[in-house]
Design a binder for this molecule. Sequence first.
Ligand SMILES: C[S@@+](CC[C@H](N)C(=O)[O-])C[C@H]1O[C@@H](n2cnc3c(N)ncnc32)[C@H](O)[C@@H]1O
Length: 280
Amino acid sequence: MLSYRHGYHAGNVGDVLKHAVVALLIEALKKKPAPFAYLETHAGAGRYDLAAAQAEKTGEYREGIGLVWGRGDAPEALAPYLSAVAALNSPGETLRYYPGSPRVARHLLRAQDRMVLMELHGSEYPVLKQAFAGDKQVAVHHRDGYEGLKALLPPAEKRGLVVIDPSYEVKTEYAQVVDTVQSAHRRFASGIIAVWYPVLARELTDGFKESFRASGLRKILDVELTTRPEESVGMRGSGMLVLNPPWRFDSAMEALVPWLRAVLDPGQAGSGGVEWLVPE
Ligand SMILES: C[S@@+](CC[C@H](N)C(=O)[O-])C[C@H]1O[C@@H](n2cnc3c(N)ncnc32)[C@H](O)[C@@H]1O
């Protein structure tokens, strides 16, 4: 039974970090003319209305994209991400629509690139399918992303990005993600794999990272951003683990995270940083 609906959380602090990272990874792949594939295991609905009841109920976007949008001093590294947000909104008007990761990625893809999306939820899937109806570069599957990914790797292009963005509703999902990354890496050793994770109780987050350290996988960059203090209850922030990040992606993140922290957490209640969880 899937109960998580991303509409409640769209555009929050976690989305800003995740989507900024995804956009920069795609831009890095675009530095070579050879085509690449973008594969996503947990795609969501693709677009969210920030004026809809779900988003308004939590108002989480106000502490996320709401603080970043419209600032004149956003660093160049945020430009690809912000261009995807701008593409869904009318210039000069209040921010209304927020792109999920599939829409961020689609906005940045070139004519030679391809996208494969998986979504299991019976209500989110049709919305996503409809959004890309007739788009020959995009395939949308109503299937389990963990199982589907195995069948889809390696992509014919032999280059690409895999995004794994579960809701971690059940604790066993952490182990399932580690297993999935291991098996994806066996099939597609040169691929970039980006995994989003929530920062909840420290033991849980630390245990998750420890499993990656013990997995035998190498070259994993950890980008984390929390906006609430260590002792607070519930989700304090989130992070992205990036396996096989492109050259200099670590320095790009080191430059970007302090700006995001200053804007999203002006009181500096949380923490943020970039480190090699496992070096090369
Ligand atoms: C965090 S949301 C995804 C948000 C999206 N990646 C974005 O950034 O816009 C997680 C999604 O995974 C879906 N989901 C949960 N379990 C799944 C599974 N085993 N396979 C595929 N999708 C799943 C949920 O229905 C939900 O839409």
